[in-house]
Design a protein around this ligand. Sequence first.
Ligand code: NAD
Ligand code: DAU
Length: 350
Amino acid sequence: MDRKKSILITGGAGFIGSHVVRRFVNRYPTYLVVNADKLTYAGNLENLVDVDTAENYVFERLDIQDAASVSDVFSKHNITDVIHLAAESHVDRSIQGPLEFVKTNVLGTVNLLEAARMHWKSESDHVFHHVSTDEVYGSLGPDGFFTEDTPYDPRSPYSASKAASDHFVSAYYHTFQLPVKRSNCSNNYGSHHFPEKLIPLMINNILMERELPVYGAGLNVRDWLWVEDHAAAIDTIFHDGIIGESYNVGGLNEWTNIDLVHKLCDLMDEKLGRTQGHSRALIRFVKDRAGHDQRYAIDARKIEETLGWKPSITFEEGLARTIDWYLTNPEWMKNVTSGEYLAYYDKTYR
Ligand code: NAD
Ligand code: DAU
C-alpha cells in the first residue's frame, strides 16, 4: 500500500500515548503508526492488545536518550511525522530523582528534534507535534486561567524539564524552520492510567479498602479532562493546527482534590454496594508534596474557536466509564503493579 504518512508516536505504550496510538491506527489506515517506547515501569503493551496485530501498526522498543537508535528508527521506517509523548511524567518521582527527567524529557526531546532535522529535507509535509503540560505555566491563585501567552514559570523538576523541552521545540522552529506544533494539556483521567496518579490510585485503594492519602489539606485544584478527548485534541492539532503555534487543551472542569476523592468514594460505594461513607473513612491527610502547585486551570478558547475541538463527554460520564474500566480489568492492575506487564512484550515481540 502507498503510505501517506509514517508517524512516529513516542511513549505510545503509556497512558495517553496508548489512546493516541489506538485512535490513529483505527482512524487512519493509510498511515503507518510506529509506536516507539522504552517500556519503563509506566509503559505497558497490554494497553494496545486490540491494535497490535493491525497491518498499519509497528512497535519499536526505543530509548529516546540514545540518539543513534532514534536516528535508526527514522531511517528504518522513513518517518514523515512525529507525535512526541514519551516522558517521565510523575511529579513526585521528579522530586525524588530529577536526573532521569532531564535525560528523557530534555535530552530525549532534543534527540528527536535533531533526528527530524537531519532526516527531513524540507519543511513541507512534515509535522513534529510535542505533547506538553499546563504545569509549565506554574501555579494559579484562586482566579484566572492559563492562556497560550501566560509566561512559563515551572516549579517542579518535572515541569522544569517539560518547559525546557518546549523551549527546544520552539528553538528548532525559529532557528531551523522545523515544522513544529505544541500542545499544553491539563490533568487527564481515564482507562490505562498508572496507579501512582491521583484518580487510579484512589480507585484502586478504595477497591482494596486501603488508606486514601490526600496531600496537605486537599485544597489544591486540578482541571480534569477525559484522556480520549485529549487524544482527539492531539489528532485535531496534528492535522489542522498552524505550524509554529501552541494550543492549550483543558476540560473547564476544576476540582479540589478532597472534593474529587469524596466523589470517587461515593460513586464506588454505590457501585460496590457498600454503605455511603464507608470509603470516606479511609481518607488520611498526609504530608504535602514539596512545592505543591496550588491550582491549574486552562483557557481552551483558542483550540475551541479556531479548530472546533471541545470535550465530548461530561466528568460524570467519564468518571463512570473510568471506574467501570478498572472494575472490569483487575488483571491489568495486577500486571502493572507487579512488573508482569513485560511478560506480554517478551511473548509478543521477542
Ligand atoms: P506515562 O508515564 O503514562 O507514559 C510515558 C511513556 O513514555 C511510557 O510508555 C514510558 O515507557 C515511555 N518512556 C519513558 N521514558 C522513555 C524513554 N527514555 N524512551 C522512550 N520511551 C520512554 O505518561 P502520560 O501520562 O501518558 O503522559 C504522556 C505525555 O503527555 C508526557 O509527555 C506528559 O508530560 C504529557 N502530559 C500528561 C498529562 C497527564 O495528565 N497525564 C497531561 C498533560 C501532558
Ligand atoms: O496538569 C498536567 C499534569 O497532571 C501532567 O503534566 C502530569 O504528567 C500528571 O502526572 C499530572 O500531574 P499532577 O501532579 O497534577 O497529578 P497527580 O495525579 O500526581 O496529582 C493530582 C493532585 O492530587 C495533586 O494536587 C497532588 C494530589 N495527590 C496526588 C497523589 C498521587 C494527592 O493528594 N495524593 C496522592 O496520593
